[in-house]
Design a protein around this ligand. Structure first.
Ligand SMILES: [Fe+2]
Length: 189
């Protein structure tokens, strides 16, 4: 398993490289910068006059859950968010007419001691297929603010093709969706 930075190959090869268990970092997509600018603007507006990266110092967990609980769905389903995601996929070389894409899902996590549940839950180690993601799905991640060691995520590339203990056979997609209806209101569990 390898990490490739700005791998310059046709989209089909890019896709196969990912399916083989490698990680690709694309640093030059203009559409990603546009998506980042748009999202930063949204968060600056939501938390103004405070710096979004320090918002947890100004709003307590219930306030934060309420703010994010209404902002997240509006961002996820806005026409502008979807246009920008579409542009990223196209710029990477995937033909729009042959590519299904999902809406963008912002992750908003805070330091321990603040809101760490519901809308701010940081998922523990997992494979996305354990949550019923289709096997052919390609996930994209991008930082909205500068990535540092203490504010990002890790990949376990060594375990890509390895069997690891899990309880995904007990996962019920429909039950999970039903429970998620109240996620935004969860402040302590
Ligand atoms: Fe995931």
């Amino acid at each position: 398993m390898s990490v490739f930075v700005d791998l310059d190959v046709p989209a089909d090869e890019l896709r196969q490289t990912l399916y083989d268990g490698n990680l690709i970092i694309l640093t030059r997509l203009k559409a990603v910068s546009e998506f980042v600018d748009y999202t930063r603007g949204q968060l600056a507006e939501l938390f103004k006059p405070h710096d979004p990266e320090h918002a947890h110092e100004h709003f307590d967990p219930p306030e934060m859950a309420k703010m994010l609980g209404s902002w997240k769905p509006s961002f996820i389903h806005s026409e502008q968010s979807n246009k920008l995601v579409h542009a990223i996929i196209e710029e990477a070389g995937f033909p729009a007419e042959h590519t299904h894409y999902d809406v963008p899902k912002p992750r908003t996590s805070f330091p321990i001691g603040h809101l760490t549940t519901g809308v701010a839950f940081a998922f523990p180690w997992h494979r996305d297929v354990w949550y019923s993601a289709p096997a052919q799905q390609i996930n994209w991640w991008l930082p909205i603010f500068a990535a540092r060691e203490d504010n990002s995520m890790s990949f376990d590339l060594q375990s890509f093709a390895r069997k690891v203990p899990n309880s995904s056979d007990t996962f019920d997609y429909y039950q999970n969706n039903a429970l998620r209806l109240t996620t935004a209101a969860q402040v302590t569990k």
